[in-house]
Design a protein around this ligand. Structure first.
Ligand SMILES: Cc1cc2nc3c(=O)[nH]c(=O)nc-3n(C[C@H](O)[C@H](O)[C@H](O)COP(=O)(O)OP(=O)(O)OC[C@H]3O[C@@H](n4cnc5c(N)ncnc54)[C@H](O)[C@@H]3O)c2cc1C
Length: 506
């Protein structure tokens, strides 16, 4: 009988490590899960935007949503607002909401929009959610149970507090063993697997399966196994970020319901509202501007608000050629990182942890089969994410810097993205273009970006277009908007309510 998988060792105590440990321990009560974290290497501590999948993950690991709101300085996120991405003008704004368009898949909404309503922004016509965002509404009411929503939502959170929250839950409720020790060396088995980790403070730690959550150090997947890193620097140029925390001018300042991403000459600025502060950062390409220029751009965006020296973060955009090698799975920054646009990094962590938990090999003999499938699935996901992020740059008409012009060069786009854009000249993105289950960005997301950024298709008329039905869905979106706006509280009001009274159980 092949060796049973009884003990999993997660190396790294950032969001990736704790989320993975939590999902594994919650799903497999008999599994022994140890998390080893270096006392001398802090987690990266950024990553404030999440995807709606986080609601499922938190439910899966059985935390209280109200406790999560209180302890992690959480606010609601209902999508992203993109400012100045198309031509850089002051009224250049569009939304990518989390809710699907009304009647998505039931009628050709995009064709009906082009035919009869092209003066209305696509997202405003097909969804109530941009209107909720513009009015700063929360996605739920005081009587809405935990994890349920009137509108689809995810969270903005304090990354540092989230790590502490997950750690407490893992250790107190899920029996995860927490070891504070720096891993110095790896003890291999005779056939090339990892048998144990040699640590500075806690001796040797053995395991059957190791999860590399060591962030950009990529200790096991990169340094030990040497799995190649597939750089994406020639596709998506951003490789630096400047991050600051900015206080509100007054304690009752309204909290936006979305991440605002404002394009700049050589990158873009994220602006996220938490209950107690804003988190703001400039992501940019070091090939196209200097760190000092980038800081001046950030300060100009803040319009004279006095801020401390921003934190500087460098990253190499790309991912590993394989994520599961022998008895090591890389999850989080060790697997790769592109850039924070559309906040897909934690969503990938969640998908990886869920896959591992759902398909945890019972014995070593099963591991290679599962590893092959995992690598195939996640390679597909990374490639789709890169195409989706690149779409935001390819569709821009900005000419104010080499950064935007270079982004549109055909040599910087994948063949698949170019093919899709050619297809979408005569038909809308559909589920056929994204056929896998658990697509991070479904075809609706591609439609929101394409039509939000002024991509102008010439649709071929089809018998199945059903324009009358599409019009009904547009009216439904308008009716829902009119009904929801007066009934949903303001974002800050709802967050204050949760802090004080909690939420009904789900
Ligand atoms: C600028 C920026 C903005 C981002 N914004 C977003 C966002 O909005 N949304 C989103 O989803 N994601 C975002 N991300 C990504 C997100 O921050 C990460 O995916 C997430 O924090 C997970 O990080 P991690 O746990 O993989 O790594 P880290 O947080 O870096 O943790 C690494 C861990 O490994 C441990 N470690 C390292 N070496 C050793 C060793 N030798 N021995 C023992 N332990 C070791 C460290 O102690 C630490 O605990 C952003 C990233 C950047 C750079």
């Amino acid at each position: 009988m092949s060796k049973p998988i009884e003990h999993v060792v997660v190396v790294g105590g950032g969001s990736a490590g704790w989320l993975t440990a939590a999902v594994l321990a919650a799903e497999h009560p008999r599994l022994s899960v140890t998390l080893v974290e270096s006392p001398g290497v802090p987690p990266i501590g950024v990553g404030e935007g999440t995807w709606p999948s986080m609601r499922e993950t938190l439910q899966r690991i059985k935390v209280s949503e109200a406790a999560f709101f209180r302890e992690c300085d959480v606010a609601f996120k209902q999508g992203s607002r993109f400012d100045r991405w198309v031509d850089g003008g002051a009224d250049d704004v569009y939304f990518h909401p989390f809710s699907l368009p009304q009647g998505y898949g039931e009628a050709n909404l995009a064709a009906a929009w082009r035919q009869g309503h092209r003066d209305v922004p696509f997202a405003d016509l097909v969804s109530y959610q941009p209107h909720l965002c513009k009015q700063g509404r929360a996605p739920k009411q005081p009587q809405t149970p935990e994890f349920a929503g009137v509108a689809n939502y995810s969270y903005h959170l304090d990354a540092g507090k989230f790590g502490v929250f997950l750690q407490q839950h893992c250790v107190d409720k899920l029996r995860v063993r927490h070891v504070l020790a720096h891993v110095d060396d790896i003890v291999p088995t005779g056939d090339g697997d990892i048998a144990a980790l040699r640590t500075r403070e806690a001796g040797t730690i053995e395991g059957d399966l190791f999860v590399d959550c060591t962030g950009m150090a990529a200790l096991l997947i990169g340094r030990h196994y040497g799995v190649p890193f597939v750089s994406q620097r020639d596709v998506l140029f951003n490789d630096r970020a400047l991050a600051v925390q900015v206080p509100y001018a007054a304690p009752d300042t309204p909290i936006p319901s979305q991440t605002t991403s404002t394009a700049q000459a050589c990158g873009w600025i994220w602006d996220i509202g938490l209950p107690t502060r804003r988190g703001i950062g400039h992501v940019y390409s070091s090939t196209h501007c200097s760190d000092d220029e980038a800081e001046r751009t950030l300060r100009a965006y803040l319009g004279g608000i006095d801020i401390p020296t921003p934190r500087r973060i460098a990253f190499d955009p790309g991912y590993r050629a394989r994520f599961w090698e022998r008895n090591v799975v890389a999850i989080g920054l060790s697997a790769g990182f592109i850039e924070p646009l559309e906040a897909s990094a934690l969503a990938l962590v969640e998908l990886s942890a869920a896959w591992l938990a759902d398909d945890l090999p019972a014995t070593r003999a099963q591991m290679d089969t599962i590893a092959t499938r995992f690598n195939d699935a996640f390679l597909y996901r990374w490639e789709r994410i890169i195409d989706f992020l690149k779409l935001h740059y390819v569709l821009s008409k900005r000419t104010d810097s080499a950064y935007w012009i270079d982004h549109r060069a055909a040599r910087t786009q994948s063949a698949r993205l170019r093919e899709l854009l050619a297809l979408w000249r005569t038909r809308a993105p559909s589920r056929r273009d994204f056929p896998r289950i658990e697509e991070i960005f479904p075809s609706a997301s591609w439609q929101y970006i394409l039509y939000g950024m002024g991509f102008t298709p010439e649709f071929t008329e089809r018998a199945s277009d059903a324009p009358a039905r599409a019009d009904q869905y547009f009216r439904e979106a308008a009716r829902l908007t009119a009904r929801m706006l007066p009934q949903l509280p303001a974002n800050r009001e709802m967050l204050d309510h949760i802090r004080q009274y909690g939420m009904p159980p789900g």
